[in-house]
Design a protein around this ligand. Structure first.
Ligand code: CA
Ligand code: CA
Length: 298
């Protein structure tokens, strides 16, 4: 923020507006007081702020790249800075940031839902964060270090990429049933529907997105290498129709394959799934479904 504020451990987040006068600064500081105190009053049950404060002292990292604040904001801090600059009180600036997905996380989760999920509205895993300054933005950055808990909500399935169109005009569609958890506490299956009937196929997964053409056909490979295949099954249904399907119980698969990719599962791990099945007349004799991404829960 471009205000001066303190938190419970007495550190000061100094995100002062570079061009502001001393008079403006003291007025701003007086008007806005302690940012984290105001923030936790707005969200008394959220632990997003605790996960920052109790990590490695990154007290200002809810909004800033630096543990002590300064003029390098994440998307959440930058949004609130804009609200404050527009004349809003600190409380209003916080509450008027709720509907945005300030970290552009792949689940598309709003700041409010992140806060309610005790995740970080300003941070998403990997080199996918943006640093905002008054002189421009820098993309491709890792999140601030030392934050406890998940950066994005877990168990939210997001589909991406487009399915190829098969010989019979099928567009295979992927879905999650349940959600993955590190403790195995929840059921989790992946289902592909609208598959060419009576064809062999399988579901595979990796840890990240990477979209590339699948030969000269209409499908795309949408999961980053390395990938892990689950067993081949028959899609069932009727040959020449789109009434086949593929499914895999991932908990059962991981239990039977304890050295499979991404095992043992860790909370916060990003998993990407896609279906692949035979379609002999097509350019690569095979087609792919769209893809699905989901974050592993604790
Ligand atoms: Ca978000
Ligand atoms: Ca987040």
């Amino acid at each position: 923020m471009f205000i001066r504020f303190t938190h419970l451990r007495g550190l000061v987040c100094s995100g002062l507006l570079a061009l502001a006068t001393a008079a403006t600064l003291s007025l701003t500081a007086a008007a806005h007081g302690s940012f984290l105190t105001t923030w936790s009053s707005a969200y008394p049950t959220s632990t997003s702020d605790n996960n920052v404060i109790n990590g490695t002292g990154q007290s200002c990292a809810l909004c800033h790249f630096s543990a002590t604040g300064g003029a390098n904001w994440n998307g959440y801090g930058w949004k609130m800075r804009a609200n404050i600059q527009a004349g809003q009180s600190l409380t209003n600036a916080i509450l008027n940031s709720t509907s945005f997905n300030s970290d552009s996380d792949p689940t598309g989760t709003s700041n409010l839902l992140e806060i309610q999920s005790n995740t970080q509205p300003g941070w998403t895993p990997g080199p996918n964060n943006v640093r905002y300054t008054t002189s421009g933005t820098v993309t491709g950055l890792s999140p601030a270090v030392g934050i406890q808990g998940l950066l994005d909500p877990c168990g939210v399935a997001v589909t991406y990429c487009t399915a190829g169109t098969t010989t019979s005009g099928c567009n295979a569609s992927i879905a999650a049933v349940g959600s993955p958890s590190a403790s195995g506490a929840t059921t989790f299956s992946v289902l592909i529907s609208n598959v060419e009937g009576a064809k062999q196929g399988l579901i595979f997964y990796g840890q990240g997105r990477s979209v590339s053409p699948w030969g000269t056909g209409s499908s795309f490979l949408c999961v980053k290498s390395p990938t892990q295949r689950t067993p081949v099954t028959n899609s069932g249904g009727t040959a020449g129709q789109c009434n086949g399907s593929l499914s895999v119980d991932m908990n059962a698969f991981w239990a039977a394959n304890p050295t499979a990719l991404a095992t043992p599962l860790a909370a916060g791990t990003v998993l990407d799934f896609q279906g692949w099945f035979r379609d002999p007349p097509s350019p690569k004799s095979t087609h792919l479904s769209n893809a699905l991404e989901i974050v592993v829960c604790p």
